[in-house]
Design a protein around this ligand. Structure first.
Ligand code: URA
Length: 210
């Protein structure tokens, strides 16, 4: 699928993703790199946000200039690894709101079960950026988009650092209206559904839990 898929291949992104992949990159550097990559991606993704003209006064004269015209965007990190991307995006868009969604996979039914959600108001009028460093099988992302659409979100984008072809196909099949932004597409998943070569368990590497 190439429709609604945006692979952001800026040299700085590729360089930083290479360092993320290295197994010797420790938690501190991993966290900083995830934040930097998220900032760079946000800069590219926000390039089509609508603007409005305003009158301002500079120290020299009155002037016309532009500011963002829409409602504040909403960043929705999928817990837990998505949390690592939030500050990087907030650095670029400090007025963004942050909603939270927690889902786990029921070991028996394999269905995604929501255990937490807190979203800002007027979600239907806002750009929603769902963020998760890894798009592996797509199961959690699909469930999160289902849930946000039930809450009336209309303009949803999904942002990850690395995607698998399986995850892209599954997500696109269920939600073809949702643009997917990624810094890399890897060859596939291993038998534990980890992206290969990927960068391992993003949550563990971010938070030092292994
Ligand atoms: N989640 C991760 O953290 N890593 C993967 O490779 C897949 C899912």
């Amino acid at each position: 699928m190439t429709e609604n898929l945006f692979i952001l291949s800026h040299p700085l992104l590729q360089h930083k993703v290479t360092h993320l992949r290295k197994k010797e990159t420790g938690s501190k550097d991993f966290r900083e790199l995830v934040e930097e990559v998220s900032s760079l991606m946000a800069y590219e993704i926000t390039k089509s946000l609508p603007l409005k003209e305003v009158k301002i006064e500079t120290p020299i004269t009155m002037s016309k200039s532009f500011i963002l015209s829409g409602k504040d965007i909403v960043i929705v990190p999928l817990m837990r690894a998505g949390l690592g991307m939030v500050n990087g995006i907030l650095k670029m868009v400090p007025t963004a709101k942050v909603g939270h969604v927690g889902l786990y996979r029921d070991p028996l039914t394999l269905e995604a079960v929501e255990y937490y959600s807190k979203l800002p108001d007027e979600i239907e009028n806002r750009e929603v950026y769902i963020v998760d460093p890894m798009l592996a099988t797509g199961g959690t992302s699909i469930a999160a988009i289902d849930m946000l659409k039930k809450n009336n979100a209309k303009k949803i984008s999904f942002i990850c650092l690395i995607a698998s072809p399986e995850g892209l196909t599954n997500l696109h099949e269920k939600h073809s209206d949702v643009p997917i932004y990624t810094a890399a597409v890897d060859p596939g998943l291993n038998d534990k559904s980890y992206i290969t070569p990927g960068f391992g368990d993003a949550g563990d590497r971010l938070f030092g839990t292994k």
